[in-house]
Design a protein around this ligand. Structure first.
Ligand code: G3P
Length: 521
């Protein structure tokens, strides 16, 4: 059969909320091979969500091995990868012991709301100002960020506390965990984008903030080194037998890119100019807008200030405004697995299209509270307006409407907070395969939605970080020029009138008000 060769291959580890993947790109930024494995979602209590860090690491290794096997079939001359980049679900927190090498408890996932009591207490102690630290770290106090999860572990897990006392505790986001494991438990490092999600990093100095670490009781010794998103982190250990056999022992493979997954999509979508933005529809929805190399003033509209990327040790750090939405793909998955409204993902679009509207149903998918722009951990999922006529098709359609309406809210927040005026929304992520969702999105925004032909922009972002450090590519300009010549996209234009759009958004506002505060005792 067909064989192919390439000048260089770059590997991308995409460790997401529901699955891990390894994707190999060639120097034309095309996907050559990939492998994907889902991992367990542990929900020991309502609102809690845990992952097993060891399972995630092993899945990543198997993905690498399987993808490389496929690559060897396609390209017999394949020797090794030029470099590997890591992109990951952000905020999810792992604790391990640097001496015993043991994981000390399950990872607490970003959407887990167990820390809501700690959050409430902290906000109360600061004159009810949830944004008291935003001038330093860009974030409001929320269950979402790692610092609260670390604090919870220190207060509730004996092994974590003991390791802290001994001085052997390591706290890391998933990127730091994978770098530690893949380098044979040698390198303890994270990148600026992931560090910016902990609440512990100073956005201006790009280093851990002593005051905030003290404030939240996090020992600075337990935190990894902060590096740029594109530099040499270490080499993949050949101790790991599994990997050594497929990657070869002669030339060690460098890990030379690391970036949070939403920032990865910003890079993969090539939003390198201030004012450029993308929205990714994954487990959640995350809109990031590049705002350039100076830290903007803290948002007045419920957005986060975060690091967009820093492509090299001496490169400027580009900042971003972010609107984070917790419930998107997770809601579709819930309808499939828990309610069993349909069996496969390719069915929900047709089901939702089988009715002309939601029949008056509004669905607020606040399963784990609401993030931007509301920041209410006590909001809960709500389906309003049902009658005896309501069918599952109405409910599924209402869920798709809700995803689009949430995104419309954060787009407007970005416009109010910055000088950016959206004329088009660039999108990516698995859910953009739903053509109804894209139509609804365009309708509720009143602007076109632009869908790239290559949807794996998150993984591409990590490959770009690694490929720049490994000198497969020279500059972002080269990448943008190449992309502009060689890739295509599809555009969906709005059809709804302004009045209809406004009526929809008013109804949505009323529904949000009902979902808020529901879990409050
Ligand atoms: O902040 C959480 C985000 O990084 C998760 O992304 O794609 O794994 O849902 P995803």
């Amino acid at each position: 059969h067909h064989t192919m060769t390439s000048r260089a291959y770059i590997g991308s580890i995409d460790q997401g909320t529901t699955s891990s993947r390894f994707i190999v790109f060639n120097e034309k930024m095309e996907i050559v091979v990939q492998h994907q494995i889902e991992h367990k979602q542990m929900t020991p209590k309502p609102g809690w969500l845990e992952h097993d860090p060891q399972e995630i690491f092993e899945n990543v290794c198997v993905c690498i091995v399987e993808a490389i096997k496929k690559l060897r079939v396609l390209d017999a001359s394949f020797k090794t990868l030029a470099g590997v980049g890591i992109t990951n679900q952000r905020e999810t927190t792992v604790a391990w012991d640097r001496d015993t090498k043991n994981v000390l408890c399950n990872a607490i996932v970003w959407s887990d709301v167990r820390t809501s009591a700690i959050v409430e207490r902290t906000i109360r102690e600061h004159n009810d100002d949830a944004r008291f630290a935003a001038a330093i770290c860009g974030l409001p106090v929320s269950t979402y960020f790692s610092a609260m999860k670390m604090k919870w572990m220190l207060e509730n897990v004996d092994d974590v506390r003991h390791a802290a006392t001994k001085g052997t505790l390591c706290f890391g986001t998933i990127d730091a965990w994978l770098i530690w494991k893949l380098t044979g438990e040698k390198v303890f490092a994270t990148d600026v984008t992931n560090a910016s999600r902990t609440m512990l990093m100073n956005l201006k100095t790009l280093s851990w903030d002593e005051g905030l670490c003290k404030e939240f009781g996090i020992p600075m010794k337990a935190l990894p080194d902060i590096r740029s998103s594109s530099e040499h982190y270490g080499t993949i250990s050949t101790q790991e037998d599994l990997l050594a056999t497929v990657l070869g022992r002669e030339r060690p493979v460098p890990i030379c890119g690391c970036i949070g997954d939403q920032q990865g999509a910003l890079v993969g979508n090539m939003c390198f100019q201030a004012g450029e933005a993308k929205n990714t529809y994954g487990t959640g929805c995350f809109l990031l807008a590049n705002v350039g190399p100076t830290v903007p003033r803290a948002s007045g509209n419920g957005l986060l200030t975060t690091v967009g990327y820093q492509l090299g040790r001496n490169a400027p750090c580009m900042y971003a405004l972010e609107g984070s939405i917790a419930g998107a793909g997770s809601c579709v998955q819930w309808m499939r697995d828990r309610l069993q409204l349909f069996k496969q993902y390719n069915e929900f679009d047709g089901l939702a299209r089988s009715v002309l509207d939601t029949g008056g149903v509004t669905f607020v998918p606040a399963f784990s509270g609401l993030l931007a722009p509301h920041w209410d951990p006590e909001a809960r999922g709500t389906i309003l307006g049902m009658t005896l006529q309501t069918s599952k098709a109405h409910v599924v359609r209402a869920a798709l409407e809700a995803i689009a309406l949430q995104v419309a809210d954060v787009v407007h927040a970005v416009e109010s907070d910055s000088s950016i005026a959206f004329t088009v929304l660039k999108v990516d992520g698995g859910l953009v395969r739903s053509s109804l969702l894209m139509e609804l999105q365009s309708n509720y925004l009143g602007i076109p939605v632009q869908i790239p032909s290559m949807l794996e922009t998150t993984a591409l972002g990590a490959a770009v970080c690694a490929g720049l450090a490994a000198q497969v590519w020279r500059s972002t300009d080269e990448l943008v020029a190449y992309r502009n010549c060689h890739s295509s996209s599809q555009t969906v234009a709005p059809l709804l009138s302004k009045d209809e759009r406004n009526a929809k958004r008013r109804e949505w506002k009323r529904a949000i008000a009902k979902a808020k505060g529901w879990a409050k005792l």
